[in-house]
Design a protein around this ligand. Sequence first.
Ligand code: AMP
Length: 539
Amino acid sequence: MQASMQEFPLRVSEIIDHAALLHPDRPVFGRSIEGPILETNWRDIHTDAKKFAAALISLGLKKGDVVGVMAWNTPRHLSVWYGIPGAGGINHTLNPRLFADQLVYIINHAQDRFLMVDFDLLPIIENIIDQLPLVEKIIVMTDREHMPDSNIPDLLCYEELITPQPEGFDWVQGDETEACGICYTSGTTGDPKGVVYTHRSNVLHAMANCAADSASSNDRIMPVVPLFHANGWSIAYSAPMVGASMVMPGRDMTPKGLFEMLELGVTLTAAVPTIWMQLLQYLEENNLQLPNLEKVIIGGASCPRSVVETFQNKYDVQVLHAWGMTEMSPLGTICSFKPEIMEMDAKNRLDIQETVGHAPFSVSLKISDDAGTELPWDGKTQGRLWTKGAAVVKRYLKQDNDAVDANGWFDTGDMASITPQGYVRITDRSKDVIKSGGEWISSIALENCAVGHPLVAEAAAIGVPHPKWDERPILVIIAAGDTLPDKSEIMALMAQSFAKWQLPDDIIFMDEIPHTATGKISKLLLRKKLADQGYELPL
Ligand code: AMP
């Protein structure tokens, strides 16, 4: 039978068109990089996105070209977010906190042709520009007055580029399965891996997000999570999709700066736990309240029970604990306030909120043992957590093999148990990674550096729980001979290659490190061994 329905292109430009048509005056506030807090709305963001798309085309952007963007969360970034795919380009988000060699790697690997950068971040690009042979044009996201002096010739000024453009630009059309954005995951060891989102996956994911978070046009949403982290948790898509108002916090991530932005009437906000722990401390010290805030999404790392408790009991703010990954666009599960949770007493509710909730529509999950046998959802049995879905990676950029098994399941590298009702508890990681304050630290890089010391035979870097940063790296070392290397010497060696926040908080000597059957260090067993020994991080 021939079906009767029209084909509606699931392209992200449709989202911003919708917001501009039906929610044109909804305010979008933002702390500009130039300084002041400004107010705009979806109509003007849409207009600027179209002008910027026209400007990109006039600069020679071709369909499928990659544009790297290193920028804070501002309304201008929202116009860029839609302007790039609207011109047929691919938006490659760049995390300014990455190490220079990682930035060079991902910009070259994704073949970024143009770069966009906030003016305060330009020095990062200046530092690496001679290693970026494919980059043709650099656009500084500011006006002429704030264009910095630079050793890079021919810098383009964003406001000057868009001002003369006509308003009626028609978005570049195409198939919904075309690439729309790229985000690299530096979570695993080795080189970062590129996850390429399609227009379709971003639209479907945003719809799933809206359904799960219950954001609406009555909300004023502040993404504290940067747009360069894991597809910006999709908030730059889901907020205009529901016609919500927004607050973009800019670069000031201090609790004081964030509180000032929350005071603009934010009802829903989202970030990693570390941000919220600092904010709660600031509120306490300054005897402040959160009268407007209704919900806070906390994810990217496990959220301590005390944070949930304080938000809910002291400030009357619902916590939505979420789990996800760059590879999942990123939402995997969210613990939203369903009726059965609302009815619970405080203790049972907190017990449930220690899980990361359940999957939204379009995300499938299962747990298995190491041999791949599926395990029951009994709330007790732990296994490897696998996923499948409409916005889950299939193959990393330029890799020869799929990232999924023969049945299409992607191994998340997390360990979990699942209750009969589908609530997921993340219990550990099978992947070899360390995440501190929401940013990854490469364990293999730490290990390779440490074994550069002549007295070190083997090194294993693992993350251990930390009350403020969620996790901090420690280094376990096997000495090469009878003489133990000096800890301060190893630290000094590592300080030559790593930023201070990436250095291990402790170095421990062991006689033996547990290995897997294939001879790799078993981080799972090593973490267990340390826990059994009652190891505690020196604070
Ligand atoms: P990323 O791709 O940077 O978003 O990192 C994804 C990884 O962060 C996941 O695979 C988990 O290991 C970790 N993660 C994210 N959310 C949570 C959470 N709520 N609890 C525990 N770990 C989390």
